[in-house]
Design a binder for this molecule. Sequence first.
Ligand SMILES: Cc1ncc(COP(=O)(O)O)c(C=O)c1O
Length: 353
Amino acid sequence: MSKRFQLRDALAEFPPYVPGKPPVASPGLTPYKLSSNENHLPPLPGVVESAASASAIPGNYPDPTAAALVADIASHLDVEPAEVVPGAGASEVLTALTNITLEAGTSVVYPWPSFEMYPILASARGAEKRPVDLLEDGRHDFAGLAAAIDDTTRLVLLCSPNNPTGPTITDAELEGFLAEVPESVIVVLDEAYLEFATEAADSLAARAKHPNLVLARTFSKAHGLAGLRVGYGIADAEIASAMRQVIAPFSVTAGAQAAARESLARVDEVAVRAKEVAAVRDRFAHDLRELGLSVPDAQGNYVWIALDPEAAVAFEGECAKQAVAVRRLQGGVRVSIGPDEALERVLKVAASL
Ligand SMILES: Cc1ncc(COP(=O)(O)O)c(C=O)c1O
């Protein structure tokens, strides 16, 4: 690596973030991108229009506190506005949480495989990474996670539904784990895909008992607003205040704030759409299992197919020939729920292999 500039040595240790590939064009086939867990359904009618009208004067900065959006989220979830921290996607919320907790000499515990940003954020802070292997069925190993915590641990990341494997964390798992974690250690529950889950822990209730529990949520997935970049954290006011200290001012644009408010105002319709996606997911997971594939409980807008590395490469390659991009990761392939035609092509590939 070139040494012309005084960059941190730690950069050499960063695991790369590999974004989902775009589909490869194939003559006569509509291409589909099922590699980034995007919502293939459009946002609710009116949401894009509200973003456009709020962006009408791009020369002006947005409200730096996103006060109206914060008030809406607080009233929707029955929490205090002081406990709501908006950010440019859940990604910025997670970044803020690592920025306020991690530095050299500290450690962060998280399940693995899980969201690929976790080790990147830990590396960015120079903290020790403590990934804990998932159980065979793609669920968190809570005994292993608890055992990995010591007095250097400042942060624990949990993911429900877990990306990429799919299962959610139950009430009993969450409560049992939080009872074991020191109260001064922040535990983040990343709920980016919560709205697609048929069953998941009541995390808001758990927060009431455990102020060290922080929730990370997003408008990117069920609300279909990934391109606008808006998410939020729900945290104890002391933690929330520290997060606001490190988040870049104005990071949530006026258009994103307006779109999120409009979509949240009709959250019941968002829930109906999420259920539609979940129904397709359940059918797709069932069909893949019928073909003999190993598919853990799928609760997000994606399905995980556990495959050995060679089979995963073949699966990804055959899908690419069908103009469908899927995501190959350590241990298998993740397929986002998309239009029926795209999923049918993936099923054909699965049957042929
Ligand atoms: C588990 C998980 N958390 C957080 C995010 C970040 O989402 P965003 O920054 O778009 O809100 C993602 C995105 O794919 C994710 O999969």
